[in-house]
Design a protein around this ligand. Structure first.
Ligand SMILES: Cc1ncc(COP(=O)(O)O)c(C=O)c1O
Length: 403
């Protein structure tokens, strides 16, 4: 008899963003004259840089001419982009990769979600708490998460990231097989130093675990000594897969281009994860549009890098305005230094949703309640630097005004 994948029915609805939208809509209906400022937004807002736009125009023109038209591209991305990634994203970090270790894709979200395809169903998964929800939900879909007990999934190992541990997870007592790490972190904005990441690499090597390292925000690192790639840590090529994206690096959230590195040295019981991922991608994915890959290539030109940096600086200046403004007003504030995310402790022990409502109704500012990212997110809200600079300043003034 036909049946559906029951794991999907275990998933609670997209509670966080649906609930935010519901509360915002209700408030707008009650008070239509109020102008709301979104400060919780996790999407880029600045336009594509001139170098990227020019590269896209040129590539579109090529596609419109018989001699330079291109159909399906190579499965793992055009070599011009994979070589640019190898030479411009990794070599300057002292990380040597071959292009067959780099898989171009349409997003870090898809790759983080799809990577589970190449792992057995009985592997124990560990995630940080709070966490980017994709890691958990995709493991629920594949049947690795157990049941939802109303707060947590029974088979997932949660690694609390709290004020007490500086939002850096501690090594789990029970050994997981698959460890998701994301630094700089969404939502806490925390970053990890080389010695801190080395602990994880050593732990994974010792225990035969694999680290799935999400580096979607590496371009936002401003401090020296914070690794941009897990492969800056010795031994990581034997135990880690890294996800990166042009989304936040160059405003590609609407363009869709990312890449995943699966080193040749990464073997599990004789199986090459590089080969498995290649097989998975060539079977289920038909590549990123030529025009978009040319656009991504342009991010690595001298001018392209300069323009991308200017946009990142714009967002990070917003992050600084939020961070400093709210800190000076007496709030306890984390993040915003190596990440565009600012993680704010709610005042007087208010729960995330109560403070969210207060900011919505009294300051007319929309935020993201921390509780939506996991149980340890309770008592926090997340703000981001991705908004408009003037509106960000105004939003901070409004928030301060109601404290
Ligand atoms: C931690 C993290 N990983 C991945 C993504 C998704 O990236 P992409 O746009 O490349 O799918 C996001 C986007 O919000 C994110 O916060």
């Amino acid at each position: 008899m036909l049946n559906v994948n029951e794991n999907y029915s275990k998933l609670p609805g997209n509670y966080l963003f649906a609930e935010i939208a519901k509360r915002v809509a209700a408030f707008k209906a009650e008070q239509p004259e109020k102008s709301l400022i979104p400060l919780g937004i996790g999407d880029t807002t600045r336009p594509l840089s001139p170098s990227v736009v020019a590269a896209m125009h040129k590539a579109v023109d090529e596609m419109g001419v018989k001699e330079s038209y291109r159909g399906y591209g190579p499965d793992y991305g055009y070599s011009f982009l994979r070589e640019a990634i190898r030479d411009k994203a990794y070599l300057p970090l002292g990380v040597e990769l071959s292009i067959d270790e780099i898989f171009v894709s349409d997003g870090a979200k898809s790759d983080c979600g799809n990577i589970g395809d190449i792992f057995g169903i009985n592997n124990v998964v560990a995630v940080c708490d709070p966490v980017y929800p994709v890691y958990v939900d995709t493991n629920v879909m594949s049947g690795r998460a157990g049941d939802f007990d109303g707060t947590r999934w029974t088979d997932i190992l949660y690694m609390p990231c709290t004020e007490a541990n500086g939002f850096l997870p501690e090594l789990p007592v029970r050994t997981p097989d698959i460890i998701y790490l994301c630094f700089p972190n969404n939502p806490t904005g925390a970053s990890a130093t080389k010695p801190q990441l080395k602990l994880w690499v050593d732990y994974a090597l010792k225990n035969g675990a694999v680290i799935l390292f999400d580096a979607a925000y590496e371009a936002y690192i401003t401090e020296e000594g914070i690794p941009h790639s897990i492969y800056e840590i010795e031994g990581a090529k034997e135990c880690a897969i890294e996800f990166r994206s042009f989304s936040k690096t160059a405003g590609f959230t609407g363009n869709r281009c990312a890449y995943t590195v699966v080193p040749q040295a990464l073997k599990l019981g004789g199986a090459s994860l590089n080969k498995l991922w290649g097989r998975r991608q060539s079977t289920k994915f038909n590549g990123v549009a030529y025009v978009i890959q040319r656009a991504a290539e342009a991010v690595y030109t001298e001018q392209g890098m300069k323009e991308a940096r200017e946009i990142i600086n714009y967002y990070m200046n917003n992050a600084r305005v939020i961070r400093d403004g709210l800190k000076n007003a007496g709030l306890t504030v984390y993040g915003g230094v190596n990440a565009p995310y600012i993680w704010i402790k709610t005042p007087n022990g208010a729960d995330s949703w109560s403070f969210f409502d207060r900011l919505l109704r009294q300051a007319n500012v929309v935020t993201t309640p921390g509780a939506g990212f996991g149980p340890e997110g309770e008592g926090f809200i997340r703000l981001t630097g991705f908004g408009d600079a003037e509106l960000t300043k105004l939003a901070v003034e409004r928030v301060i005004g109601i404290l």
